[in-house]
Design a protein around this ligand. Structure first.
Ligand code: BG6
Length: 505
């Protein structure tokens, strides 16, 4: 693994929530080696008139909240964290440049710089322009710029932002974040597919009946209504996180693990995904009041800062098709929402049933297409969070014979738990920040990839679709049944869905 070189890590939006919750803890964790920590410096910047000391205090509090003892973090915060106000109007880029140069001189840094834009999406453009205007787009070492999602709000705005970025930075300098790509289990999708010939040889239209991707959250919109109500769930979750999962499931094997080889394959499969017909293939929903885990929760329109007549979707389900040789005819179902019964990110791959079932109660063979023919398919569940792991469901003979003196089959599963095998899974941000610092863009979204993904959802974003209500704590509006009445992915709980049984003489 490449070494972490001395550098300055500049965080825009340093007073914000992401800095506190994710960036500071991830940077702290990466700097555990004393040698590395000595020459890697963090400079926070934002409009607020904070001082170095205030930034350090906030960082110490954030680390304490995550369970680190004060004495272990205090030294790092004092030695490594600095803050520079970007001016009340957020445009004092020359002040920022002077401060950067001063810290680099003082700490003997070679001019390696990462600029992490953790900003409201509307001001990515001005920040890029600001950096370019004062020459902070290049330096004596490497310069990298990191842009958080959402990258644009539709195809046109994503293209415009790409142009703005490319006016000042080369594509190799740009790291577009989708934090799902940093999740260990999301990366493991590639290992699972391309490191195991067993599944890869069946990973196609000949053997797979359908694929379901579920990203469910019990949480509501929290304190982010200002952004979320403008954005909606399709741009917030589907265009990025779910689409990344879809591409990793559906892409062809890359020619190598080189960043561009992988991203080329991702773009190729994205270009083959057919735009959904909004009326036939898409269901949008918004949660009403309900209860989750026994606790009552308010409806979306009653959340603070949500307009009482908001029509913003908090749920989306879709059917997508992929017009290529591997996937033609295999439906991919996506389902994601806020205030669903529990946290679950899961890919369910349902294989085709055996062509003839020999295990019916009446002893007569039947074919799965016939009504009443029970031929449970094998299913592979890839759970990305929580309880990361795999479950493979298959049929076994239940011991003995039933009262009809026929053989009875029962669904059982083989399970692998990431946590049991490897212990706690590292945080996605730590993985991604390390990659930014060492210069590995594999897990970041390339310009053409982000545009292809927006293009895919253009009809959904451009159509004024009805938003159906659903009770908080349920799996979405009833209309979802129209797309797919029975979803496979309802949890890794071994006692839950292994239900299908069939019998044979
Ligand atoms: C973010 C979305 O990108 O991902 C949030 O903006 C969502 O709305 C979050 O809650 C989910 O991430 P995770 O890692 O908790 O699944």
């Amino acid at each position: 693994m490449p070494d972490i070189q001395p550098h300055l890590f500049v965080i825009f939006g340093a007073t914000g929530d992401l800095t506190k919750r994710k960036l500071i803890p991830a940077l702290y964790h990466l700097m555990q080696d004393a040698d590395v920590a000595r020459r890697c410096v963090v400079l926070g910047t934002a409009r607020s008139d904070w001082t170095d000391e205030r930034f350090r205090e906030e960082a110490r509090a954030a680390l304490r909240e995550q369970g680190y003892a004060e004495e272990t973090v205090a030294e790092w915060c004092t030695r490594s964290l600095h803050y520079q106000c970007l001016g009340a109007t957020g445009d004092d880029y020359s002040g920022l440049r002077d401060r950067i140069e001063q810290i680099e001189r003082h700490r003997d840094l070679p001019g390696n710089r990462a600029f992490y834009l953790s900003l409201p999406p509307g001001i990515y453009g001005p920040a890029i322009e600001g950096l370019g205007a004062v020459g902070l787009n290049e330096s004596a070492g490497w310069t990298r710029v990191v842009v958080e999602k959402p990258f644009g709000h539709d195809l046109d705005s994503a293209r415009a932002l790409n142009e703005q970025v490319h006016a000042h930075f080369e594509e190799e300098q740009v790291y577009r974040i989708d934090h799902y790509l940093g999740k260990e289990t999301v990366q493991n999708l590639m290992a699972f597919r391309f490191g195991n010939a067993l599944f890869e040889s069946m990973w196609n239209r000949e053997h797979i009946d359908r694929v379901e991707i579920t990203v469910a959250e019990p949480l509501g919109v929290g304190g982010r209504a200002g952004y979320y109500d403008q954005s909606g769930h399709v741009p917030d979750m589907v265009q990025n996180h779910l689409t990344q999962l879809l591409t990793l499931v559906a892409m062809e094997p890359p020619s190598s693990m080189d960043a561009n080889a992988i991203r080329d394959e991702k773009v190729k499969v994205l270009n083959a995904v057919q735009q959904p017909d909004p009326k036939a293939d898409v269901v949008l929903g918004q949660y009403d009041a309900g209860s989750i885990g026994g606790e009552p929760v308010p409806g979306y329109r009653d959340e603070s800062d949500v307009p009482p007549d908001s029509d913003t979707e908090t749920f989306a389900a879709m059917r997508l098709g992929i017009a290529n040789w591997r996937w033609q005819g295999v439906p991919f179902f996506l389902r994601t929402g806020k205030r669903l019964p529990r946290k679950l990110t899961q890919i369910a791959v349902r294989f085709q049933s055996a062509p003839v079932s020999l295990f019916q109660g009446d002893g007569e063979p039947c074919i799965p297409q016939d009504a009443h023919c029970e031929a449970p398919p094998n299913e592979l569940l890839i759970t990305l969070q929580p309880d990361e792991g795999f479950d493979l469901r298959f049929e076994v003979k239940a011991p003995g014979e039933n009262e009809n003196e026929t053989m009875e089959l029962e669904t059982q599963q083989l399970s692998f738990s990431y946590q049991d095998a490897f212990g706690p899974v590292p945080d996605a941000y730590e993985t991604l920040l390390r990659d930014i610092i060492v210069g590995d863009p594999t897990l970041f979204v390339r310009a053409d990839e982000v545009e292809a993904s927006w293009q895919l959802y253009a009809p959904v974003l451009e159509t004024d679709l009805p938003v159906q209500s659903y009770e908080a704590g349920t799996w979405g509006p009833d209309a979802v049944d129209r797309l797919l009445p029975t979803w496979t992915s309802i949890g890794r709980d071994p006692s839950s869905p292994a239900t299908a049984t069939s019998t044979a003489p």
